[in-house]
Write a protein that binds this ligand. Structure first.
Ligand SMILES: C[S@@+](CC[C@H](N)C(=O)[O-])C[C@H]1O[C@@H](n2cnc3c(N)ncnc32)[C@H](O)[C@@H]1O
Length: 218
């Protein structure tokens, strides 16, 4: 029987991308464009990490955002992307290190539903494992490293703010803001600006509930 834990395995994604050419997790750009596009300029250098077969990069390109790098750890997906959309850059990399992306090189790093895939084997949303917290720290510090000063990390997620905001607060180099969209299902856009300062009320409000996401690691 299939289980969600497969979403944490690279071999699962490699096999899936042998045939899958388009699939959109959570929602397409049209649902959150009003939040995201005002944060990006047409000449922004954008890295879409864990891009999968999402069409968000292609939709952004058609809107005039031409400087897009797509990043995913599935080599199969990256080779497909290079063939089908050679006008964009495609780089195979793991978002827990982003070792193939240079420091201070992107204005925008965009992520949708990939952090959820990485954390899918977690048993409880209230008590993250040490391993989950370590992964998040690696992901966030890698993203911050590749962002230019003042650059933004934009994360589209179904994870509720009382779980995700304390996790994002583990990274000290950025400020955090949150937006919401969706009608039946509600999704979140977390916007982290490198070098910014988080509003104290937001940090206090959302870090008081699921405190384990902020607990120190030994
Ligand atoms: C749930 S899909 C989301 C795809 C796309 N962002 C979307 O919203 O439609 C997760 C994607 O992240 C990729 N992925 C999972 N773990 C990764 C990692 N550690 N580094 C890079 N990519 C990863 C998978 O190959 C897959 O394309």
């Amino acid at each position: 029987m299939e289980s969600n834990s497969q979403y944490a395995r690279m071999d699962y994604w490699d096999e899936r991308f042998q045939t899958e050419k388009k699939f959109e997790w959570l929602s397409g750009l049209e649902a959150f464009q009003h939040i995201v596009c005002p944060l990006i300029s047409k000449d922004s250098r954008i890295a879409h990490i864990g891009c999968g077969s999402s069409q968000v990069s292609m939709q952004l390109y058609d809107l005039g955002y031409k400087n897009i790098t797509n990043v995913d750890y599935s080599q199969v997906l990256i080779e497909n992307g290079k063939l089908e959309h050679p006008y964009m850059e495609w780089i195979a990399d793991d978002i827990t290190s982003l070792e193939n992306l240079a420091d201070d090189s992107y204005d925008v790093v965009l992520e949708k539903a990939t952090i959820e895939a990485i954390l899918v084997t977690e048993k409880s949303a209230w008590e993250p494992s040490d391993s989950a917290l370590r992964s998040l720290e690696s992901i966030f510090s890698s993203i911050s490293r590749v962002l230019k000063p003042g650059g933004v990390f934009i994360s589209i997620s179904f994870t509720q703010p009382h779980f995700r905001i304390p996790a994002l607060l583990r990274e000290k180099s950025w400020s955090i803001e949150m937006f919401e969209f969706g009608e039946t299902f509600h999704y979140y856009v977390y916007v982290c600006r490198k070098g910014g300062k988080t509003d104290g009320n937001l940090a206090e409000r959302y870090s008081a509930i699921a405190k384990s996401w902020l607990r120190p690691l030994c």
